[in-house]
Design a protein around this ligand. Structure first.
Ligand code: PRP
Length: 212
């Protein structure tokens, strides 16, 4: 492990909000942070090294200890169930997980398990099991809303933020499942070895989150 505290940052829609939070917490992020294709960016003055990862992979990097800390959506935590500590709700990238489908969707009475498409197969399997409903989960990697439109699945399980994607594709929300925000997550070994640095980051970020 390096002397710098390593942080896995999600690329994409969470990135800007997470970077904004870190800057407000007093971490001097280098300019290349905002407009670069680099995947590893050092901020030696802040004592930090950032790894820019796909959101769904952040808990994997943190669990394996290749980064000490990560910013991960609760959705990825629920899907991945990694062995990491979730230390702070950053209260950013607010959305929720929902079941959606076509407006005329009706539960079928046949014995054939209906198909549900999702980027979150583990979470969806668990959810429908808890509901006592037998379904067949079809894993997709994105554009989940396509599935009911082209007959691949009866319903989808996906995150809803503004609701625009559902609306513009003629889908409706059938059930709200759980609210989602991004979390600060920590590798358990790092938490023992670098507790002072990590506690300081948690405190600084917690103060910003409280103010927001
Ligand atoms: C997410 C999600 C929905 C959409 C919801 O997709 O999977 O499709 O955003 O946002 P909205 O309610 O504001 O429309 P994302 O943009 O991450 O792309 P993806 O389809 O490739 O997963």
């Amino acid at each position: 492990m390096s002397d710098l505290l390593t942080v896995a940052m999600p690329k994409g829609r969470i990135f800007e909000e997470a970077a904004d939070l870190l800057r407000k917490a007093g971490y001097d992020l280098p300019d290349e942070f905002d407009d670069s294709r680099k995947l590893i960016i050092d901020a030696p003055d802040a004592g930090l090294r950032f790894i820019l990862a796909k959101p769904m992979d952040v808990p994997t990097y943190v669990e394996h200890g290749v980064t000490d800390i990560g910013v991960a959506g609760k959705d990825t935590m629920l899907e991945e169930e990694r062995d990491v500590y979730e230390v702070l709700d950053l209260n950013i990238s607010e959305c929720y997980m929902a079941v959606a489908g076509l407006p005329d969707y009706q539960k079928s009475n046949t014995d054939i398990a209906p198909k549900v498409a999702s980027k979150y197969p583990n979470f969806s399997t668990k959810y429908f099991k808890e509901q006592g409903e037998q379904v067949e989960i079809i894993k997709l990697n994105g554009s989940i809303e396509l599935a009911p439109l082209i007959g691949l699945a009866d319903r989808i399980v996906d995150i809803v933020s503004t609701g625009r994607t559902l609306k513009e594709n003629g889908l409706v929300e059938l059930e709200k499942i759980i609210p989602i925000t991004s979390r600060l997550i920590v590798n358990p070994v790092s938490y023992r070895m670098k507790d002072a640095q990590i506690d300081e980051m948690v405190e600084r970020l917690a103060a910003v989150v409280e103010e927001e």
